[in-house]
Structures are given as structure tokens and as C-alpha cells.
Design a protein around this ligand. Structure first.
Ligand code: AN7
Length: 351
């Protein structure tokens, strides 16, 4: 069956107005990749899959929410959309706004957005504005500006973003036949974990697919939901989740609790180690995207999570290509050789 995008595939499960338009780049339908070796490295005895959301059109899961949010904004008669972003939301909003013929304005924290995201937002034609402040400052600004001006807010405070993003839970259930026992994922502004929980519950009501336990994972330097209060100056190399006041924090905590799961934090070193481990399986994700699996590994290692005989799915939210510098900084520049075969032979034989 030809794939026509999320709106088309899951329309009947989406709580959206009749006036919503279909604005699609054929997002969704992302691979659920078996990870037997990685499961083995974590102690084995369980099944592990990665839902590789980096395979969406702009390279992150945000496209699921944006197809629906931008389609609603267009149908409502909006002419412009705005968001605050650590990068992926900006690129996605820019692409879908371009597709819809809307003006896109994106506010980003100065100097803290990975190169591929910034370039994406610019390439798709958004008006990109840096704020001398954090993501949280930028979010407060866009919320206020949309209260004063007819500009549609497309951060995950917009309920249609969650309507779109919940489809990832549907896809996982469709692929596995039922919900996994555990779902691990990174948590920043906390929209995605909220959306997954909505999706799993809805599918369970309709198809009796069961419910997973949710393991939400924050970066230790930006873990407001773990320490129980906002973080004024969040810091992490995983810039996508460098967020100190999650807009959907309450709902995220409720989702973790209702699912008999939990919210934990991992260090940047654990995140980068998991990014490497995933790349060794051929799946290159941006740092934030490795947080969910890093959290899973830490919980298993500490004996806090018994996954024996269980099915575990991990959401890898964004592609490694988004943040090339985190890799290139860690490696010396490639060797430069004369364009001579004997030089190549000599080098290969010496190593
Ligand atoms: C790769 O783009 O908040 O908990 O402004 O880019 O739903 O916020 C990005 C978040 C995880 C966290 N992984 O998801 C933004 C932004 C990646 C991300 C998250 C983000 P939420």
C-alpha cells in the first residue's frame, strides 16, 4: 500500500478540527530496528528495538507533530507560525510552513543550536532569531507574542503537536503486534513522552494493545523533572534537551507514574558513550537521542530494572547528521596523503 503520510494513515484516531488541512512530507512510518547486539551488551535476555525517528523528512520526530499543527494553523487561516526551539522544532516548523505557504519565525538560544538544525531552519526559509538567553526564555517570549498577535504557536503547548506525535506509539504497536513492556525516550520540554502516553492509551482502548512502562530520561545538567524543580541554567552537550522548565512537565511526570515507569537522569558521558554504541550498530543519532538508551543501560547496570524476557523499545528522536560537530571535534582531521598508490599501501601496511 502506498504511504501518504500520518494524516492520511491515522486520520480517524486524530482529535483535530474538520477544517484542518493535509500538509505532508510523508513523515512517520519510521523503522523499528532490532538491536540484538546492543541488548547483549546491556546484559542480554531481552528484545530491544530502536524507533529511529531521525528518518523523518527533516531528521527528527518533530515532523509528526508539525504536519498536524501546521495543517490546523493553515486551515484556521493563520498566515504565520512561531516557535521557540533548541533546533529540531525550528527546522521542522520551517519545512512544514514552507510547504503550507506560511511565514515561519523561530527563536533559538544563542550559540546552543547544532549546525544541522540551524542550517535546516535557514534552508527552509524561516526567519531565524537568536535570543540572548535560554530555550525557556525564548518559549516564554513566543507564548506572549502569540497572545498579542495573530501568529500560531507551534511548540508542543499546541495540542495538535501531540495529536501528531502520538502516532509513533501507534506505529510501534502496529509493528510489534502490541505495546512493548518498556519504552525509553529522552525528555526535554516533555511533549513527546506526553504524546506517547496518549497514543498508547488510545490504541489500548481501541485495539487492546496493552501499555508500556515509560522510562523518561533527562540529561543530568538539565533534569528539572528528576530533581523536582526548574533548572535556571541548564547545561548539557545534548543541546536538544537543554531545557530547564519543561512546558509539559506535569503531564510527563503523570505519564511516568501512571505507567509504573519513571523519570531519571544520565550524565553527558553516558549519553556520548551510548551515541558511540549505537553508531557501532550503524545507527547514528544526535546526542539527545541516545539518552533514552543510556538511561536503560544505567538502570539495568544498577539492578533497578529487570528486563529479562521483556520487549523494550527505545525512541531515537533525531539523526546524527543534525550535530556533526560533536563528532568531528572528538576526532583528529583525517590523514592527508599524496595522491600516490605507494603512499596508501605504506600507510595501510603500517597500521
Ligand atoms: C532530538 O526542538 O524542544 O521532551 O525545540 O530535539 O518532547 O521536548 C527538542 C526536543 C528529544 C525532547 N530529542 O523532546 C526543540 C526541542 C530530540 C529533541 C527532545 C528534543 P520533548
Amino acid at each position: 500500500m502506498t504511504y501518504h503520510g500520518l494524516y492520511s494513515r491515522y486520520r480517524k484516531f486524530l482529535d483535530i478540527p474538520a477544517y484542518s488541512q493535509e500538509i505532508t512530507l510523508l513523515e512517520g512510518n519510521t523503522p523499528l530496528i532490532p538491536m540484538p547486539r546492543l541488548a547483549h551488551q546491556m546484559g542480554g535476555g531481552f528484545d530491544l528495538w530502536v524507533k529511529f525517528e531521525g528518518m523523518n523528512p527533516t531528521g527528527s520526530f518533530k515532523d509528526r507533530g508539525m504536519t498536524i499543527a501546521i495543517g490546523e494553523a493553515l486551515g484556521r487561516g493563520a498566515r504565520a507560525v512561531i516557535c521557540a526551539s533548541t533546533g529540531n522544532t525550528a527546522a521542522s516548523a520551517a519545512a512544514y510552513a514552507a510547504r503550507a505557504g506560511l511565514r515561519a519565525i523561530v527563536l533559538i538560544p544563542q550559540g546552543k543550536v547544532a549546525a544541522g538544525k540551524l542550517a535546516g531552519a535557514a534552508a527552509y526559509g524561516a526567519q531565524v532569531i537568536q535570543i540572548d538567553g535560554s530555550f525557556d526564555d525564548a518559549l516564554a517570549m513566543v507564548v506572549q507574542i502569540t497572545q498579542r498577535h495573530p501568529i500560531a504557536l507551534v511548540n508542543s503547548l499546541n495540542p495538535y503537536r501531540l495529536e501528531g506525535q502520538k502516532t509513533a506509539a501507534f506505529e510501534i504497536c502496529d509493528a510489534l503486534g502490541s505495546a512493548p513492556d518498556w519504552l525509553c525516550l529522552p525528555v526535554g520540554n516533555a511533549g513527546n513522552i506526553t504524546a506517547y502516553w496518549m497514543g498508547f492509551r488510545q490504541y489500548d482502548q481501541i485495539h487492546k494493545t496493552g501499555l508500556p512502562h515509560l522510562l523518561g530520561v533527562q540529561a543530568a545538567g538539565a533534569a528539572p523533572l528528576v530533581i523536582g524543580r526548574p533548572v535556571e541554567h541548564p547545561e548539557t552537550l545534548a543541546t536538544a534537551i537543554r531545557i530547564g522548565r519543561p512546558a509539559r512537565g506535569e503531564q510527563a511526570l503523570q505519564a511516568a507514574e501512571e505507567s509504573s515507569g519513571r523519570m531519571i537522569a544520565v550524565s553527558d558521558d553516558e549519553i556520548l558513550a551510548m551515541q558511540r554504541a549505537l553508531a557501532q550498530e550503524g545507527v547514528w543519532v544526535e546526542p539527545a537521542s541516545a539518552a533514552g538508551l543510556a538511561g536503560l543501560a544505567a538502570e539495568i547496570r544498577a539492578g533497578r530494572l529487570n528486563v529479562r524476557g521483556k520487549r523494550v523499545a527505545a525512541v531515537c528522536t533525531g539523526h546524527g547528521l543534525k550535530d556533526p560537530e560533536i563528532i568531528t571535534r572528538a576526532f583528529p582531521a583525517p590523514r592527508l596523503l599524496p595522491a600516490k598508490l605507494d603512499a596508501l599501501e605504506e600507510l595501510l601496511l603500517s597500521e
